[in-house]
Design a protein around this ligand. Structure first.
Ligand code: HAM
Length: 425
């Protein structure tokens, strides 16, 4: 007979967040939220359960194969969202007449993908989504990229740590067309090429053959990926190329934002999602130890695909898993573990009322206070304070109440200053 299970771990690939983990997570979430608000984005949200039909797309995308799905008791085909963009498109299409464009929206969405687990890849992650919908100008790409850089800065990551690799799917489309590959093959070619690095070239060739590409076209497609600079790409695309003009404009405007040093043209950035139509980008750590920090791009046709009117759009998804690893690798623990608030304790039950009054007064001044629930010995209290997330500690003994003040001690510097106690005990 099987013994009953008495202990449970979270399902594989899913995380628990204990308070110490939450402190780290909040550092990232605060940086995301702060940057989104600083760049004029408004928050939105939706349920993590979506209809499977919306999320499943046709062309063999990896994400579509990784969806966690189920039937509800009425037989509806539902899923845990693997990304937020289809939901965003659905929400906008549903109110297109009433909304004022361009929209600048952000969310912090938990997403689920049944992935093969590697470093930086889990089966559940949080994703900061930042999208501008209803704007065709490249200013939208710039605002999104600059906001992402601002978030990285707020996490204490300098621009030496990462690079943003930029490409334009329209450039690839122009170059494929020059190689005689018709437009109806482009989406499949993009998705096949995006598998490079994860899948062997032979397998990618087989995918392209299956798509009906002749051997010559397959060789030319692979040759495109050997292009190393924007100048070389411009030579191939010709002087009239709108895709090259867009990339050049993007790099010029990036100088004004002070983010050009981190931008690199990289023809191998294609993106694994079918809906992108223009500029695409992915950020990586400079040593290329981790998978992408964030990724996104322009997707001008998605709204029509979900029943909306044609609407240009651009956005990014920035996950919490890789960035947490990078913060741990590059940042000192003290920076990552920001303390705040005051822990208040007392020595004997007679000082309880003074401690409660002090906590009440500090809380009314919008200070976070962790008030001890019973009397503690000084050693017990200060051990607890050291292990807490508080920045300061106040410990009240009988003498303090008599004197009318106690000491407020900075737990990092050990520096202390007086704090008044109210007269009554
Ligand atoms: P994505 O490249 O599939 O794009 O995901 C964006 C980011 O989410 C990745 O760069 C990574 O940080 C994180 N991420 C994705 N999958 C996982 C995973 N299994 N474990 C940990 N982190 C992960 C999108 O999802 C697009 N919807 C982004 C977008 C928004 N494009 C336009 N607007």
């Amino acid at each position: 007979m099987n013994k009953p299970k008495t202990s449970f771990a979270p399902p594989r690939g899913m995380r628990d967040f204990y308070p110490a983990d939450m402190r780290q997570r909040n550092l990232v979430f605060d940086a995301w939220r702060g940057a989104a608000l600083a760049y004029g984005f408004e928050p939105y949200d939706a349920c993590v359960v979506e209809s499977l039909d919306l999320l499943q797309r046709k062309s063999g995308e990896e994400v579509a194969e990784q969806i966690y799905h189920f039937e509800d008791k009425s037989g509806r085909r539902l899923a845990l969202r693997p990304e937020m963009t289809p939901t965003l498109a659905r929400m906008i299409a549903a109110r297109q007449g009433a909304l004022k464009f361009p929209l600048k929206w952000f969310t912090l969405a938990q997403c689920f993908r049944y992935e093969r687990m590697t470093r930086g890849r889990k089966r559940e992650h949080y994703q900061w989504n930042l999208d501008i919908v209803g704007e065709a100008a490249l200013s939208a790409e710039l605002e999104i990229l600059a906001a992402a850089v601002a978030a990285l800065k707020a996490m204490g990551l300098t621009d030496k740590i990462y690079n943003i690799h930029v490409n334009n799917r329209a450039l690839l489309a122009e170059l494929l067309a020059k190689s005689g590959i018709s437009e109806n093959h482009h989406a499949a070619v993009f998705l096949a090429l995006d598998k490079r690095g994860k899948t062997g070239d032979d397998e990618i060739k087989a995918l392209l053959e299956k798509e009906g590409l002749p051997a010559q076209a397959i060789t030319e497609t692979f040759n495109l990926l050997a292009v190393e600079s924007l100048e070389q790409a411009a030579e191939l695309a010709g002087p009239e190329s709108p895709a090259i003009a867009a990339l050049k404009e993007l790099f010029e405007l990036a100088e004004i934002y002070g983010i050009s040093a981190n931008l690199r043209f990289d023809i191998s950035v294609i993106r694994g999602l079918a809906y992108y139509t223009g500029i695409v980008f992915e950020a990586f750590d400079a040593k290329r130890q981790f998978r992408a920090i964030f990724g996104g791009g322009r997707y001008d046709n998605l709204l029509t695909a979900v029943g909306g009117a044609p609407t240009p759009a651009v956005g990014l998804g920035f996950g919490d898993v890789v960035i947490m690893e990078i913060i741990n690798e590059y940042q000192s623990a003290t920076e990552a573990d920001k303390r705040n608030g005051v822990i208040v304790g007392y020595m004997f039950p007679e000082q309880r009322c003074s401690a409660m009054r002090l906590a009440d007064s500090l809380r009314s001044q919008r200070c976070n206070v962790d008030l001890m629930l019973t009397a503690l010995k000084p050693k017990q209290f200060f051990t607890r304070a050291g292990n807490s997330s508080a920045a300061e500690a106040v410990f009240i003994g009988p003498d303090d109440v008599e004197r009318g003040f106690a000491y407020r001690k900075d737990l990092a510097t050990r520096h202390q200053r007086e704090i008044a106690l109210s007269g009554r005990t």
